[in-house]
Design a protein around this ligand. Structure first.
Ligand SMILES: Nc1ncnc2c1ncn2[C@@H]1O[C@H](COP(=O)(O)OP(=O)(O)O)[C@@H](O)[C@H]1O
Ligand SMILES: [Mg+2]
Length: 370
């Protein structure tokens, strides 16, 4: 039994099922991020945990107690919404303690909780203001403060940073992470932003079309994506997916691809099991950072493959340069050092870290594990 258990949970609106048998367990103190494209069912799932949406099938349990049908106010959870949902006519202090008052918490205790949380979030100087007199970032803090004063079992966040500008979003992200490390609270956090998911979470559930595609640590999801969807959704620029076939040479499997001039090239895999797929089509998955200039290649890798290929475009991005080339008719992106000498349309010596390559079944799009 976990702290928060979601078992075979489904949700239908009328005859349309929007969540399909979701299984997720969250341990106490975990920071679970639900990530996926818009409309995939993240908010619906979060609202089901909160009790704001009913559960069509399956079960949700918090600390071993089934909460299906339990009123939101009786679940001991707190939610922070994208819109903040602050009361405009109440002061910051009133907004933060209103929930406690409703739960009959005595004034002295409320004041104590308020002072603690206001200090923690550095909003003590704003307590007498109204929400209209606050910046976006300050409102965000107040919304979090209102959740924190209640000392709930689980915090639920629904895209809390999406209304903030880019700079503030990054700052608040760091603050939320610090807050979690300090308080050790259990958090379920919804975002469509894969970078937010990677940086904040202890584990990530990647969702698409109402299905959990993969549940794992950020490293597992990034290095061993379950399928092409996860591989291309997590990471920016996305993982390159290149049609290839398996050629076995001296007992070792290679991915056969065509370069920009249509010439066949063999890229040796580090996964010996792929030899069992001799002659079959696969999709080769390589992240941009595994395609570099020779000097930028990972020195710890035992499988760096040199390959010259014509450069499509080179896009300097300050710290690195993104370079495209064609492999098997697809645009492939590499990430090379900013001072590497690269010219659009000219051949370039790429270094491909095949130790990091993965392979997918072209029919099922699942990663080939065995
Ligand atoms: N009240 C509703 N009635 C009918 N369909 C809904 C309702 N709320 C959400 N949906 C549908 O459920 C799916 C998941 O929505 P949602 O959970 O809001 O996605 P996300 O938060 O991932 O963007 C979408 O297809 C959406 O159109
Ligand atoms: Mg949503």
């Amino acid at each position: 039994m976990s702290f928060l258990d979601i078992r075979r949970a489904t949700k239908s609106y009328g005859t349309v099922e929007v969540l399909h048998s979701v299984d997720i367990s969250v341990e106490e103190g975990e920071f679970l991020v639900l990530v996926g494209p818009s409309g995939c069912g993240k908010s619906t799932l979060l609202n089901m945990i909160a009790g704001l949406e009913s559960i069509t099938g399956g079960e949700i349990a918090i600390k071993g107690r089934t909460v299906n049908g339990v009123h939101p106010s009786k679940r001991n959870i707190a939610m922070v919404f994208q819109s903040y949902a602050l009361y405009p006519n109440m002061t910051v202090a009133q907004n933060m303690t209103f929930g406690l008052e409703m739960h009959g918490v005595p004034k002295a205790e409320r004041d104590h909780a308020l002072a603690d949380v206001a200090k923690l979030l550095q909003i003590d100087h704003l307590l007498d203001r109204k929400p209209g007199q606050l910046s976006g970032g300050q409102r965000q803090r107040v919304a979090m403060g209102r959740a924190l004063v209640r000392k709930p079992d689980v915090f639920l966040f629904d895209e809390p940073l999406s209304n903030l500008d880019a700079k503030l979003r990054v700052d608040m992200r760091t603050e939320i992470k610090k807050l979690h490390q300090k308080l050790g609270t259990t958090i379920v956090y919804v975002t469509h932003d894969q970078i937010e998911a990677m940086t904040l979470s202890t584990r990530i559930a990647v969702m698409n079309k109402g299905h959990v595609q993969q549940l794992g640590t950020p490293r597992e999801i990034y290095d061993r994506p379950a399928n092409v969807f996860v591989a291309t959704f997590m990471g920016s620029p996305a993982m390159n997916i290149i049609p290839a076939s398996v050629v076995v040479k001296d007992g070792c499997p290679n991915a056969r691809v065509a370069d920009a001039d249509g010439v066949e090239r063999l890229l040796p895999f580090s996964q010996p099991n792929l030899a069992g797929r001799e002659g079959r089509e696969i999709l080769l998955g390589i992240r941009p950072e595994a395609i570099t200039d020779p000097e930028g290649a990972d020195r710890k890798s035992s499988n760096i493959v040199a390959m010259s290929n014509r450069v499509g475009v080179a896009e300097p991005a300050g710290s690195d340069t993104f370079v495209t080339m064609t492999l098997s008719g697809r645009d492939v992106i590499g990430r090379i050092r900013a001072d590497a000498n690269v010219t659009s349309g000219e051949p370039f010596s790429f270094a491909i870290n095949m130790e990091k390559a993965v392979a997918f079944d072209p029919k099922t799009e699942e990663r080939i594990v065995h």
